[in-house]
Ligand binder design. Sequence first.
Ligand code: HEC
Length: 149
Amino acid sequence: MTNYLKLAFAFLVAIASISNLPQEPSEKKQDQDDTIVIPADDTGAASRRDFMRTKLMYSQKIFEGLTTGNFDSIERSIQEIQNITLGEQWVAIDNDHYRKLTEDFKTTTKRLMEAAKTKNLDATALRYYNMSTSCIDCHNHIRQARYEF
Ligand code: HEC
């Protein structure tokens, strides 16, 4: 029971964090001189946001799989998230901090996959929680640094 509560909490925090992403470009500024914000490709910034947004869909799918005990679906969704981090559009910002946050995120998704393969629900739930905090950390950094996308 407590694990489900923790999960529900992690999930709500993730949603709250994401919906708070800054929307007004005019309010953004950059805080690090060595930061390069990689321009979105020809298909534009909206396309990159859509690409990034699929992370949310797959993390919700993992949550669904945890509640229904569907480990096949969990593994498929983790794989999708791992593919997203390999995509060209992932590299939105080129600086050490973003690279470190990306590495942390990849580590948490890798551990989540390892846990899912053991089909241990509690271990997988814990690793899902760890991945969620990694999403929140990066998004919190993005908000605080106020990058111009
Ligand atoms: C290492 C950094 C990083 C991590 C980790 C990360 N994201 Fe993102 N996310 C971004 C960036 C950069 C964008 C694109 C922002 C833009 O182009 O405006 C983005 C965009 C998004 C968007 C679209 C936001 C919008 O304004 O439409 C959602 C939703 C999202 N991410 C969810 C997640 C979820 C869920 C996770 C964890 C499973 C996650 N992100 C992990 C960096 C990250």
